[in-house]
Design a protein around this ligand. Structure first.
Ligand SMILES: [Zn+2]
Length: 192
């Protein structure tokens, strides 16, 4: 495979990028911005090497504990479960949540072979038993996100841990990261 084809193939792995846009990006970089190519290559290498997962909540972090988990001033009684670091960032931007997080890095999807083990349910349950009084299930309002919330709620209930779900108001079918901040903030306040 030529270097050009390899570059286009690599770009096509990004979400929302098809053959045409991958080709356009590759030609743009080669023709107009060789410096950006170096910067991109360096940033990708550094991110791949430096960014790992927080040992406590599993979000992306360059340190053993992420910024949130390392903050002793947050409310340890609250644990919010989200699907992705992007969803966690969306909740953080609302500035209306002061508890800790657990990031599933996915959601249950039996058809794709993603089961409870893949999203760290055992770790979540163990984490919830560390003095958490309420687990807020903030998975997306897609069918799979709802199913994930349901399974987690049952598992938590079996262990005597209270869970709540973000209130409706977040449009059905949506991923949190694309929902506007005030809607998320309201869904958080009105959780039940
Ligand atoms: Zn963390």
């Amino acid at each position: 495979m030529s270097s050009l084809d390899a570059l286009i193939d690599a770009l096509k792995r990004l979400p929302g990028v098809g053959q045409k846009s991958a080709q356009r990006m590759a030609f743009h970089l080669l023709q107009h911005d060789r410096a950006a190519m170096q910067g991109l290559a360096q940033a990708l290498r550094a991110a791949g090497e430096d960014i790992k997962h927080c040992q406590r909540c599993h979000t992306f972090s360059e340190t053993e504990l992420c910024r949130v988990c390392a903050d002793p001033d947050r409310d340890a009684r609250l644990l919010c479960v989200v699907e992705s670091p992007a969803d966690q960032a969306a909740l953080e931007r609302t500035a209306s949540y002061r508890g800790y997080y657990f990031v599933l890095l996915g959601r249950l999807s039996p058809l794709d072979g993603i089961g409870t083990r893949d999203i760290g349910v055992t770790e979540l349950l163990a984490r919830a038993l560390e003095g958490v009084e309420e687990v807020i299930l903030a998975t997306s309002f897609t069918a799979e996100g709802e199913a994930t919330a349901h399974v987690l709620a049952e598992a938590l209930r079996a262990r005597g841990i209270r869970s709540t779900r973000l209130a409706r108001g977040v449009p059905v079918g949506s991923e949190l990261e694309y929902v506007d901040l005030s809607t998320i903030a309201h869904a958080l306040v009105d959780r039940r």
